[in-house]
Design a protein around this ligand. Structure first.
Ligand code: SF4
Length: 408
């Protein structure tokens, strides 16, 4: 499969016709780099963890620059292109020369995907036909609500009727995966049922619900919590139950992030597959695996099924990939084995982690585990169960091999 990604640049919020009220990039100030696995041992902060994570682009790229990038990529691509994906920090629908861009890419006659758009920049319903005529075959499109008044109020969409009309046209013609951050008391309850009915009747392939986060431990590591002062947040269980109820009610696929994909049983679908668990390597050494508080009980069960005798340590942060040094500082060192395994993508500088986790005078070895152990809803939306199980087998296989290599 040969894919081409067309990065149009842009800044979240600023190149989205203004921030949506729930945008996680709102109020992000200047913060120190976190450190990550890509950093050099003696320098905390690389391009990824200091700039990329905040999507600090300077603005949309000029169309000419985008076209030059495409040409340069085409020169190194081998084989026939299968897909072109438009992505960026800003919202593609707000790209100033969006129609020229789509016309240019459409002339290559390769299926076109838009990685993500809010549709806030679409002011003319005719754009739906234009996009389909130019080869758009798949889009992830934020609906938030099928009620234009809620789109206007919470997404600050100046033309919500036009954006919904474009979405409606796309649902009828191509693969549309809708998305929406769920604000309790705003677009849950009856509104989310109406939105699901709207999407299903128009032909959407699926809907991903995103649990709203308003506190640091829920994932707001950029120093900008709360995003909406006083806004209630679903508990993980409430949110999972909402996703289950909606998925049971509608025939299109409905899943949620951070939990869960009811039609696949993920994340951690492997827990329902004892025969697969039996084929994973056995855990032979002791090590403390640190992970997010939501995943920890699941990871514990998988490892225990493979002979593990150590405790999986839940960080204060709910999401493993958003663990920072503050989470490690808050751990009780007495609980930790001599080897500590951190999530591959945790935003922690390895040298600082080692010092922090050895602060009680007991030198602990700190190593990185795999980047992913399972598929979140955004990943699993277009996948079959077998693919998710394969991902989990690979992830846990790597984690157990790391325990056995570095553990004591
Ligand atoms: S469209 Fe997405 S990135 Fe842009 S302001 Fe809204 S939530 Fe933020």
């Amino acid at each position: 499969m040969v894919h081409l990604t067309v990065d149009i640049g842009g800044r979240p919020g600023l190149d989205c016709r203004g921030f949506c009220s729930y945008c996680y990039f709102k109020h992000v100030g200047d913060i120190e780099p976190f450190g990550c696995k890509n950093c050099l041992p003696f320098i905390k902060g690389c391009d990824y963890c200091s700039r990329g994570v905040r999507e600090q682009y300077t603005g949309f790229k000029d169309l000419r620059e985008v076209a030059d990038d495409v040409l340069a990529q085409l020169q190194i691509v081998q084989g026939d292109l299968d897909r072109i994906t438009i992505s960026g920090g800003g919202d593609p629908s707000c790209y100033p020369r969006f129609e020229d861009l789509v016309g240019l890419l459409g002339s290559m006659e390769v299926p076109l995907h838009i990685g993500y758009t809010s549709g806030k920049g679409f002011d003319d319903p005719a754009l739906g036909d234009f996009l389909i005529e130019n080869g758009l075959t798949e889009v992830s499109y934020t609906i938030f609500s099928s009620d234009p008044r809620l789109r206007a109020k919470y997404m600050h969409d100046p033309t919500p009727e036009a954006s919904l009309a474009v979405l409606e046209r796309l649902c009828a013609g191509i693969d549309v995966y809708a998305a929406g951050v769920i604000l309790p008391g705003v677009n849950d309850g009856e509104d989310i049922f109406r939105t699901c009915e709207w999407l299903e009747s128009r032909g959407a392939k699926g809907l991903i619900l995103m649990r709203f986060a308003n506190q640091r431990e829920q994932g707001l590591i950029l120093g900008n919590a709360p995003i909406i002062a006083g806004q209630r947040v679903h508990s993980v269980e409430e949110f999972r139950d909402l996703v289950t109820e909606l998925n049971d009610t509608f025939s299109m696929k409905i899943s949620g992030t951070p939990l869960w994909d009811p039609s696949i049983g993920s994340p951690f679908a492997i827990l329902d597959e004892p025969e697969l668990l039996a084929t994973l390597p056995r855990v032979q050494k002791r090590a403390s695996v640190v992970t997010g508080s939501i995943a920890a009980p699941f990871v514990q069960r998988v490892l225990d099924a493979c002979g593990n005798r150590s405790r999986v340590i839940p960080a204060h942060s709910e999401i493993a990939c958003l663990i920072t040094i503050d989470d490690l500082i808050a751990l009780r060192l007495d609980d930790l084995e001599d080897t500590v395994i951190l999530p591959g993508r945790a935003f922690v500088h390895d040298t600082e982690a080692r010092e922090t986790l050895s602060a009680d005078g007991r030198t602990r070895e700190v190593v990185r585990g795999p980047d992913t152990l399972t598929a979140d809803a955004e990943t699993s939306m277009g996948m079959e169960r077998t693919g998710v199980l394969m991902m989990e087998m690979e992830g846990f296989g790597e984690l157990i091999r790391t325990i056995n290599k570095y553990g004591r």
